[in-house]
Write a protein that binds this ligand. Sequence first.
Ligand code: 26Q
Length: 756
Amino acid sequence: MDKKLFLQQLEALPIEGLDAAGLYREISALAVKHIAFSEKPKRCAHYLSIEFLIGRVFFNNLLELGVLREVKTLLRKKGVDLARLEEIEDAALGNGGLGRLAACYMDSGAACGFPLYGYGIRYRYGLFRQTFEDGFQREAPDDWQRFGDPWSIRREDEAQTIRFADMTVTAVPYDMPLIGKRVNTLRLYQAEGSAAAEAISGVLYPDDSTEEGRLLRIRQEYFLSAAAIGDMVRAYEARHGQDYRQFAKENTVQLNDTHPVFAIPELIRVLMERGVAYRAALKTAQAVFHYTNHTILPEALECWEKRLLQKILPSIAEILLKMNATQRQRHRKEGYTEAEIEAAGIYSRARDAFSMANTAVFSSGIVNGVAKLHSEIIRRDLFAAEAAHHPEKFFNVTNGIAQRRWLELANSELAELIDHKIGRAWRASPAALCELKPFVQDGETAAAFDAVKQKKKAQLFDYIVRTEGVRFTGEKLVYAQVKRLHEYKRQLMTAFALLRLYYDLKEGKLPDFAPSLFVFGAKAAPGYARAKAIIKYINEILKTINRDVSLGGALQGVFVTEYNVTYAEKIVAAADVSLQVSTAGLEASGTGNMKFMMNGAVTLGTMDGANIEIVEQAGMENNYIFGARVEEIEALRKGGYDPNAFLQANPAWKRVVETLRDGTFSDGGTGCFQELYTSLTAGASWHKPDHYFIFRDIEEYYQAILRVNRDFCDRARFTQKQLACVAASGFFSSDRSVSEYAEHIWHIRPKADKRK
Ligand code: 26Q
């Protein structure tokens, strides 16, 4: 971009009297005009994802264009404070870690100069907007386009027709620039045509409890897959005509979980339609695709009924059946046992359904998990058969986060402190954060770090007062648990611990307790009743605690509404303690844990996902690890776990848990608290009682919370731990993750675009 010209034109822009949305549109639109997209090199990587949780792009893009500071100054001269744009909300085209990871990878791809192109869906409505009504979650549609969408460029000329048996749909791409050493694109498709066609890009994860809902989900997944494949094939044909032999040399596709797996049979279908033989088409597909698994929870492993596919995508169903036959033939030849053949099968006769994960594993060059432990687990359990016969296919790439957003933008104060100590090189090479290590013991650095934390807490508290209307008093030790609401993440365990703290404080059992604040943030999927009950329960507990003046502010809490990327930026910068307490083996990686770490929060968590690598990098002594390890959980699952015996033997915990049914808290007459109680003590929905082993870990959790609290009182030592975490966080940059994908999986090289 020509910065000088841009700033000149910005100076001349008539922006007087515009509201925030107007300012946002005008300035963004001008910037977009100045962005030159990079030329695509011969070989590109394509990242297909049903979610992209971008967050606010305005500040990020201006930062990447290298004009953020100048724009701020220039506008200040015109009497405009850029902070006003804070009220422009995020585009939440995703719901959690998987979608945010996609966004961080896009950021790193461009920043590091990799030709990495994103493909997704331009949902009309993003993830629902959350409010609380008497502590219950309420959902409202997220009309994110009401501020306009100035960073996207509609490419009508590159629209495509997507065909289903019963309808045709137009897929219109909208390109968003991804700015760095290269300017890549995130291409989001909008479905147009009839009302039924438009519904395809209506909302993220339509309810799949009805057949109609499942058909819509299938349409959505195919829509994304077919549009992306169509785009690649068209670009390829422009270079090579109808000779597809170079296709896999020039294109590689990363499947972000199984949602875009239809891209595999679709590529085969398209190639066959153009005269390529099935075997050759399959071979090409197997050289193009790679698959990342993000979860081992059985309920999240997608299977689509054959009947449904035959109804709306008969040729895709046919190709999947053909692939299934080929797969079985090959497996037999390669000596798979009958049980292995069944377990790895693309099509299961017993379920009369296709396994999307098995399709992905069979068709991919590389299958990877997202943290060391998770990659081991998928190798050992989920994909055991394939791993036994094709160990070379399996790989790990531990997740990462974009330090530009999660440190430079979210915490410019800490970023500047770091610059001051070790220079600016870490901004481009985050591994250099380790140069902070000599400063960990330094009193002056510690004091400066503390001052930054205080400032970020003040900013967060100020924001919370404005958005939630809750005020906190005095200095606080901030514990935070912010993430999707899910039973395996065990927000309920934190709720129990919090209530226990409250009771113990009231009884004077915790005399030297450092005043603490618990911050929760989470959305529960609209159809996930138990998750919603947990939100209500936490809100009831918080109401009681916050009202109780006898505590003198020793314990307070807040459940922030509408937790999103923007909120996350504020919370990770302010927190002292990052709560990462999933049942061992179930959190594939976690990425929030990395964001907190990079901002100098210690991890209070279980040996799960990337927590393991966090303590490997930053040291056990600088974090607070508790609870059953994965081996123990696996043993308990086999038998011998009795949550009721635990409650009988531990009256203090029994008292806490009984509040789910003894009327201490009101669930508004819904019975949802009793249902939680039943799930813990008797089991429900095909699960054994306390399926996520809360009572195995809760006492250790509680003790760890108290340990942090005691350590916090020795501020000098505690700050050292926090600084040690920052200094060890370089590994968790997504620049590192993306470079690993590029080198080991995609085989693409970074190259700065000369024209930039
Ligand atoms: C599947 C079937 C039916 C309906 C929905 C789904 C579904 C929807 C969303 C399955 C999975 C998801 C999202 C998963 C997700 O966000 N996983 C997270 O991915 C992060 C990035 O790798 C990890 O850090 C987290 O540990 C993991 O939970």
